[in-house]
Ligand binder design. Sequence first.
Ligand code: SF4
Length: 315
Amino acid sequence: MQIFLARTQGFCAGVARAIQTVEQALEAFGTPLYVFHEIVHNTSVVNNFKTRGVVFVDSIDPVPRGSRIIFSAHGISPGILAQARQKDLRTIDATCPLVTKVHHEAALFSARRMHVILIGHQGHEEVMGTAGYVEPGLLHIVSTTRDIDRLDIPPHTTAAFITQTTLSVDDTRAMILKLRARFPRLRGPERDDICYATQNRQDAVRELARLCVPSPDLKKTGIIVICGSPNSSNSNRLREKGEHLGVTSIIVDHAGELDLDLLKNKRRVGISSGASVPRHLVDGIVARIQGAYTYATVTAFDNPEENIVFPLPRI
Ligand code: SF4
C-alpha cells in the first residue's frame, strides 16, 4: 500500500494566526477568556482550549460586562461589535485578514446602494458576519444556481457579488457565470473571494485524485481520506472534490473515526486535511493505517505555502 500526503493541507495562515492569538491572550491575561464562536472549526483545537478554561459563546449575552473576548477567524458583523462595546468588553479581533477584505467589499457595495449577492452557505459564521456589512434590504444570500433563479432583483439594477472564502472553486465559478449572464453590469472582485488556502487545498486533492483514481488493473485504485471536523466548510469541499473526480472520499475528525474496512482492496490512500486541522491528527491517521498495513509507504510533496504568515492582531 502507498500513502500519499497532499501537497498543501492543514493550517492556513489565518487559522495559525487565530490559534496563536488565543495562546498569547491566555499567556498574557489568563482566564476568564471568552471566544465568540469556535476560534476555528476543529473539534480538537476547541476542546484543547476548553480544557484550559477558554469559554466559547455564540452570543454576547452570557459574557459578563468588562470581560475579554476574542472574535474568531470567521469574523463578526458590526452588530456583534456594537453589542460588545455596549457591555464594555475588551475585544481582540482574530478575524482572518482575507475575511476582513470581503467585509470591506460588502460595506463598499452596500454604501453605493447596490444589491449585494453573497455566495455562501446560509448559517455559516463567516456568512453571518459578512452579511452584517450589507443593508438588509440590499442583501441576497445564494448557495446554489437554483437560488439565483429565485433572486428578486430587477434585471437592470446594478448588482454586485461577493463570496465566502471557503467555497468550491468550480461550483462558485459556475454561479458567477450565471450571475453575469443575468446581470450584465454585475460588479464584484476580479474572480471571487475564495482564499489562496482553499484554492491550494482543492488543487492538492485534484493531484491526489489523479494518483488514486480507479485503474483497470486495480494497481492504482485508492481512496481519499480528508481529516476535518463535520462543521468545517473547506474540509467538506475537499471530500466533495475527491468524490467528484471519481475517487471514493471520506471525511474523519480523527484517526479513531477511520473505518479500516474501507481500505480493503485499496492500493493507494491519499490523505489531506482542512485548513483548521492540526498536523498531529493527520499523523495519527497515517500511524493507524501503518498499524494495520505495516508495509505501507508514505510519500509527501513540497509545500508551496510554507512561508505564508499573517501578522498577529494587537492584544
Ligand atoms: S481558510 Fe482562508 S479565509 Fe479562512 S482563515 Fe484560512 S486563509 Fe483565512
